[in-house]
Ligand binder design. Structure first.
Ligand code: C2O
Ligand code: CU
Ligand code: CU
Length: 429
């Protein structure tokens, strides 16, 4: 159910919010309010059917971000659910284990719907991932970390704040899973954090407060071939990553976000680039369950091969639209053939940060400004950061079921940009 309600982010101060509820969460009194949504979970090979009931007094949608599914089930702006209406999308889950998410996608209203609280995680599992022995006890050593920046005016959200017209909303504090100043007690040596940047405009550069290294094991669409040891990880809106953090008994550390790189001084300053946030504190118990070493090999990563590409396309990103035209619901911008591999070149032609998200597929980053991609961009991706001036080349394979009548979307995932028309539509035929 998509519902309006309220949430006490601070005790005694109810904030009007929207959220997804399920019969289970609605019944549990530990459910803290109407904000975000339950984590959904399915196994590769399973068929899912979701019963969506829109209890708002305005239309919305539910889009399955990162999911490979038929266009009619995608939950984009062509699958509106009326106020009081219902929708039952169903599809076979056919993709590797990954951390995906869901959120509304009404044309022109996505920022507003997500900001009020409509977002949740959707985890895909598969047997090869399970056999790796990574931390996988949900809520114990395998933690969803939905990161959002917020700004309050008394008990109410202040969504009006814009540093500059072009930036989008920037908050002055962050929440994890709808909790302010969050901490987590940890009873395992190794903790898996499933990071989701569910902010509407802010780019994070995650690290640990003491600069310790962690292992990046998965990106948007699933596991990397091998773990990547690093101490920094940028995530733009919509991107996900799974990291493994090793803890010592009794210690504390903080997942922190530093100012993101990319773009020039002014761009970074005016998009909140000076801001650091303590995002989540981890507090280790005095005795920890031992964990094995992270396996050296993680997965055979399913990636498109650019040698198979039958077509190239170019996408120039500007506030005024992609390739010079704002989104039009009745215009198809690209028609691709089922089974085709294509190479797309995405360029940011603005002085403003953007990113680029494509529905239905997980793509492969071939090059960033003509150079081979950094390790964190070598796995399956559905969203990629494209700051001012950058050029990103990607390979995509479209093997969804053909449907000439219902388009998928590609767009900037800074939601005020998307709402403002930085979106286009493609069909698979
Ligand atoms: Cu996360 Cu088209 O969206
Ligand atoms: Cu999406
Ligand atoms: Cu943008």
């Amino acid at each position: 159910g998509i519902r309006a309600g309220e949430t006490e982010f601070r005790p005694g101060q109810p904030t009007p919010t929207w959220g997804f509820t399920s019969p289970a969460t609605a019944a549990a009194d530990r459910w803290p309010g109407t904000y975000l949504g339950p984590t959904l979970r399915a196994e590769r090979g399973e068929k899912v059917r979701v019963e969506v009931a829109n209890r708002l007094d305005e239309p919305s949608t539910v889009h399955w971000h990162g999911m490979h599914l038929p266009a009619a089930m995608d939950g984009g702006p062509h699958q509106m659910v009326d106020a009081g209406g219902a929708w039952e999308p169903h599809w076979p889950v056919d993709q590797p284990a990954a951390t995906l998410w869901y959120h509304p996608h009404p044309h022109g209203g996505t920022e507003r719907h997500v900001q009020r609280g409509l977002a949740g995680m959707f985890l895909v599992d598969d047997a090869p991932a399970r056999q790796l022995g990574l931390p996988d006890e949900y809520g114990v050593n395998d933690l969803p970390v939905v990161v959002q920046d917020v700004r309050f005016n008394g008990a109410r959200f202040d969504h009006g704040h814009r540093f500059l017209r072009n930036t989008g909303f920037l908050g002055d504090e962050t929440m994890v899973n709808g909790t302010l100043a969050p901490y987590r007690e940890v009873r395992d040596e190794l903790v898996r954090l499933r990071l989701l940047n569910a902010s509407t405009a802010r780019v994070y550069d995650f690290g640990l407060a003491d600069d310790r290294a962690f292992d990046l094991v998965a990106t948007d669409g699933g596991l990397l071939g091998a773990p990547h040891r690093t101490d920094r990880l940028p995530l733009s809106p919509g991107e996900r990553a799974e990291i493994l953090v090793r803890m010592a008994p009794g210690e504390r550390t903080v997942l922190r976000s530093s100012p993101p790189g990319g773009g020039d001084f002014w761009q970074s300053r005016f998009s909140g680039g000076d801001d650091s946030f303590d995002v989540l504190e981890l507090r280790a118990a005095d005795t920890l369950r031992p964990a094995p070493d992270v396996p050296a090999r993680l997965a055979d990563v399913e990636l498109p091969d650019p040698a198979d590409a039958s077509r190239e396309r170019h996408f120039d990103l500007r506030m005024s639209g992609i390739n010079g035209a704002p989104m039009a619901m009745d215009r198809i911008d690209a028609t691709v053939e089922r089974g085709a591999t294509e190479v797309w070149t995405v360029r940011n032609r603005d002085g403003v940060t953007h990113n680029f998200h494509v529905h239905d597929v997980q793509f492969r980053v071939l090059a960033v400004d003509g150079e081979p991609p950094p390790p964190e961009l070598r796995g399956r991706k559905d969203t990629v950061y494209v700051p001012s001036g950058r050029e990103v080349k990607i390979a995509l394979r479209f093997d969804g079921p053909p449907d000439p009548d219902v388009p998928y979307m590609y767009h900037c995932h800074l939601l005020s940009h998307e709402d403002g028309g930085m979106m286009g539509q493609f069909v698979v035929v």
